[in-house]
Design a protein around this ligand. Structure first.
Ligand code: ZN
Length: 253
């Protein structure tokens, strides 16, 4: 059945879609392991119980779906009307009955998958605007969703672990985060970091331009999973820096 197949043939996008779908499956599995009563418990994100987190992840799928529809039709449909509207929608949805929250999560994820599947090959480079105001090709929405589902599966706080993440995902996260810090380094006075992933054949992941800069960098060492956990602001378990336990990482997004 041709209609069930992705329209895109670009191998990089196809691989990215696979990682997003694996992430959605991982997130859904962790969510389905929660009892209705568990929904009222805390997530690992300060200020959000699981209901708020589950509402956010479902609404994020809907918002990303709007970007894919925008790329498909040319009719501008932003992720969110405003940050206030985004937050109000999360607050409201967090109060839904548990089954309705489960349905929101499932249906929004399926709808997004269908929109990606049906996006014509030539439309994948059409530009859309992210929630942060960046103009990106719509293919970027795959990575936007990928990092949401994998990391928020951990944030559900019922056993999801960065150690479960595929190696390619951990490497992509570290590259993405270092790039984000590089772009904000001067404006925010961020230190340079040299990340040494001890479970990689070449154990350094960094964006240090020269030897002088490398000497001034803060070295943080750990497995790629531990480094990704630290760099995404989820704690210092399993990472060490040259002077002991590293300070909290700068914000990522
Ligand atoms: Zn999120």
């Amino acid at each position: 059945m041709a209609a069930r197949t992705d329209q895109v043939t670009d191998p990089a996008i196809a691989a990215a879609l696979l990682l997003a779908r694996r992430g959605q499956a991982y997130y859904s599995r962790k969510l389905n392991e929660l009892s209705d009563a568990d929904f009222d418990g805390p997530s690992l994100l300060s200020g959000w119980d699981r209901r708020h987190l589950i509402a956010h992840v479902g609404l994020n799928a809907r918002a990303i779906t709007r970007l894919v529809e925008w790329a498909h039709t040319g009719a501008e449909t932003p992720m969110y009307a405003s940050p206030a509207q985004r937050n109000e929608e999360i607050e409201f949805s967090a109060t839904l009955p548990t089954q309705a929250l489960r349905n929101l999560s499932d249906h929004a994820a399926i709808h997004l998958t269908v929109e990606w599947r049906d996006l014509p090959e030539q439309a994948w480079s059409n530009e859309v605007r992210t929630g942060q105001g960046r103009i990106v090709p719509v293919s970027e929405t795959v990575w936007m969703r990928t990092r949401e589902v994998w990391i928020h599966a951990v944030d559900l706080g019922n056993g999801g672990r960065f150690e479960d993440f595929p190696a390619e995902l951990l490497d992509a996260l570290l590259t993405d985060i270092l790039g984000a810090w590089d772009r904000r380094r001067e404006a925010e006075g961020l230190p340079r970091y040299l990340l040494e992933a001890v479970d990689r054949p070449v154990p350094t992941v960094n964006t240090i331009p020269d030897a002088t800069a490398a000497r001034e960098a803060i070295v943080v060492r750990g497995t790629a999973a531990a480094l990704a956990r630290w760099a995404t602001g989820r704690g210092t378990d399993g990472v060490l820096s040259s002077d002991g336990e590293p300070a909290a990482a700068p914000r990522w997004l």
